[in-house]
Design a protein. Structure first.
Length: 232
């Protein structure tokens, strides 16, 4: 797969990437979701394919097409994502969690469509939802990984300045225990749904690498970093 010109540095390697945004059902017609388009994950899948990898994309409600030659596994909720990633990552050399996973899900899903109080409802009436935290898929993958597997996380952060952005990213990398963390500044509508991105890739040791440009360029840089960590 991939063009004849591309470096085949992932030939014979298995890469599993999650992309998109999960949805947590409230009732048969409603859900809690987020505005991740799946562009970053799709770009990663295309780049991994061009490098010669066997690529699986675990896709949660993508708004973009899945690159050809990439195997797609569709998921909806964070719980689905966890099950699919646990299964698909078992044999993977590189695992990348680019999906925006819902952190909270409704405590229960209503079998029937939730109704207003018919007849006596008014503008301004309140309703509340009890939400419970979902499993941390990335942390679970790190805990269960085989040796030599490279695991990459993403972080979308809002911070007043770059120093604070990087401090948040360092803390998250530490907490998650993954090898690389790609951090996006999502303050005031940057990045989400956009073609261009500003991502900094940090590793456990050493300084970060910043890429500003297309999501394809960012994907290429992230995979180069992941490649450099693979055991020969
Ligand atoms: N992630 C995950 N499972 C979750 C939530 C997040 O695997 N339930 C993954 C994301 O795919 C991403 C990384 O964890 O690769 C960081 O996601 P992020 O939302 O930035 O971190 P959280 O740990 O959820 O912390 P918070 O949202 O509170 O900043
Ligand atoms: Ca989160």
């Amino acid at each position: 797969a991939g063009s004849a010109m591309a470096v085949q540095d992932l030939a014979g390697r298995r890469v599993v990437i999650s992309a998109g945004g999960t949805r947590e059902a409230l009732d048969p017609v409603r859900y809690l979701g987020n505005s991740s388009s799946g562009r970053m994950g799709a770009a990663l899948a295309a780049d991994a394919d061009a490098r010669g990898a066997d690529v699986t994309l675990v896709a949660a409600h993508l708004e973009v097409p899945v690159p050809s030659c990439v195997r797609e596994v569709r998921v909806s909720s964070t719980e689905d994502l966890e099950a699919a990633m646990r299964r698909e990552a078992a044999e993977a050399d590189i695992v990348i969690m680019a999906a925006a996973a819902a952190d909270f899900a409704p405590e229960s899903v209503s079998d029937l469509k939730i109704k207003k109080h018919e007849g006596r409802s008014r503008v301004g009436d309140r309703m509340s939802l009890d939400l419970v935290q979902t499993p941390d898929v990335l942390a679970g993958l790190v805990a269960g990984r085989h040796r030599d597997q490279v695991i990459v996380g993403f972080a979308a952060e809002t911070a007043p300045d770059r120093d604070e952005l990087l401090a948040l990213a360092r803390a998250k990398l530490e907490r998650k225990g993954c090898d690389l963390l790609a951090v996006n500044d999502v303050s005031s509508g940057r990045v989400f749904g956009k073609v261009d991105t500003d991502v900094t890739v940090i590793r456990q040791q050493g300084s970060g690498r910043r890429v500003r440009g297309s999501k394809m360029m960012a994907a290429h840089a992230i995979l180069a970093e992941a490649c450099s960590l693979l055991a020969p």
